[in-house]
Design a protein around this ligand. Sequence first.
Ligand code: C2E
Ligand code: CA
Ligand code: CA
Ligand code: CA
Length: 279
Amino acid sequence: AKEMGNNNFQFYAREMNASVEEKLMLLEGLRGALDEGQFHLLYQPKVDLRSGLIFGVEALIRWEHPEHGVVSPLRFIGLAEESGLIVAIGDWVLHTACRQNKAWQDAGLAPITMSVNVSPRQFEEKRLVERVAAALRESALDPGALELEVTESLIMRDLAQSVGKMRELKAMGISLSIDDFGTGYSSLSALKSFPISTLKIDKSFVRELADNTDDQAIAMAVISLGHKLNLRVIAEGVETEQQCTFLRDNDCDEMQGYLFSRPVPAAQIAALLEEQARM
Ligand code: C2E
Ligand code: CA
Ligand code: CA
Ligand code: CA
């Protein structure tokens, strides 16, 4: 029994080492990734459920590691947060996304909204509002063509300060949306003080939407709550026709998901917008 315990311990220790090692390896690489130009953005269309037209895109970061290939943001955004690197990376995302949206407009494509994810440390950083203003100035993008996606857990960390910042951003003409709605705990009464325009139903509620009556109830409740608060409601992670039909039948405004398109490079967004303009 003792032997087995030892083996178990060794097994355990090895597992833990592997993940600590992986973390260190990623962190090491992350420090130089920006200077080495290893990041790029993909863009996922957001579609109006009534017209079927693309009205915006969400920018999603990708890291091309020289040895390990493409690393998912799920693996490095947390590390970037912990280490503080997220502020510089987030700045790069903002500038790149704003410049890209301006480039599409300059190419004569129909104007769309660019949504950028903002993580907690980035949002809490003192100069966030100035940083966003700098990205808009540098790219000459109209603030109305930029949206920031923030999570409810982020806002609830310091409600008064978050709402203050959100008001400043809104006053600049930028839209705000609550990402992953329903997964954090926010008080519903706090929701009415958020100067937001959109609620995003998290994909965990969409996955089994076709046959899970609990998920159906949650989706319908979010849609009706959003509409009563004069917000638009978008669902993410829409992969099937059944999910899409349920959302449309229940008056959801917008959708995003593999059913319409995966996140794609900028050139493919331009092609989709051109195709849309010919319809
Ligand atoms: P998120 O903001 O909730 O983004 C949605 C995620 O769902 C994205 O994963 C997207 O590629 C994926 N997705 C889209 N459609 C579908 C679908 O139909 N089915 C399924 N199963 N998944 C779908 P991704 O790109 O791996 O990003 C993961 C998370 O990393 C994001 O979750 C966001 O929290 C974070 N992230 C990504 N890019 C950035 C960034 O530039 N800055 C910050 N701060 N966070 C980012
Ligand atoms: Ca998002
Ligand atoms: Ca989500
Ligand atoms: Ca998220």
